[in-house]
Write a protein that binds this ligand. Structure first.
Ligand code: FES
Length: 185
């Protein structure tokens, strides 16, 4: 699977950014530990039971992710967005009237470290994967993510700000194993 996808990525019109995002995604999936090890490549073909999926976790080395860059990793067969936020993005996430949000939540409640935002990558409307991970993607009116399926706009904290999605992008369980390594799940 990896070889096929890597081959495809070399022909991507998005060039280097796409290739880098893709390579990182594979690294993240291969980093699954415990019972979940290598769960991702097997999921499509073997349909593992729910308890196997529930046990899986993914370790990610954050070192290569530069400020302002986003990558996507896979956890429990779903995309997870990791964004190394800029100071401006962090400031924007905090410069919000919380009680006016559709799904009120402070930024502090959604991050372990302000510079790292880690959220589920499926729109809370009908599950599309929003744009905003790749350089040049439309990020919506709040500079976070934009779901083109029906027009949902998420902010730099992954909170829903406009459109039909009812909830913020969910925050998975995240633990920092050291300064630059996280465990999701
Ligand atoms: S699935 Fe995202 S707006 Fe409908």
């Amino acid at each position: 699977m990896a070889a096929d996808s890597a081959h495809a990525s070399q022909h991507s019109p998005d060039g280097e950014e796409t290739r880098r995002d893709f390579l990182y995604l594979v690294a993240g999936a291969m980093g699954a530990v415990g019972t979940g090890a290598f769960a991702w490549p097997l999921i499509n073909s073997m349909n593992p039971s729910a308890d196997v999926l529930a046990l899986s976790s993914t370790e990610v080395d954050l070192t290569p992710i530069e400020v302002g860059q986003s990558v996507t990793v896979v956890w429990r067969d779903k995309p997870v967005f990791i964004r190394h936020r800029t100071e401006d993005e962090i400031a924007a996430a905090n410069d919000v009237a919380i009680n006016e949000l559709p799904d009120p939540q402070t930024d502090a409640d959604r991050v372990v470290k302000p510079e790292w935002l880690i959220v589920g990558g499926n729109c809370t409307h009908l599950g599309c994967v929003p744009l905003g991970q790749k350089t040049g993607d439309e990020k919506g009116e709040y500079d976070g993510w934009f779901c083109p399926c029906h027009g949902s706009h998420y902010d730099t904290s992954g909170r829903i700000r406009k459109g039909p999605a009812p909830l913020n992008l969910p925050v998975p369980p995240v633990e920092f194993l050291d300064d630059t390594t996280i465990k999701i799940g």
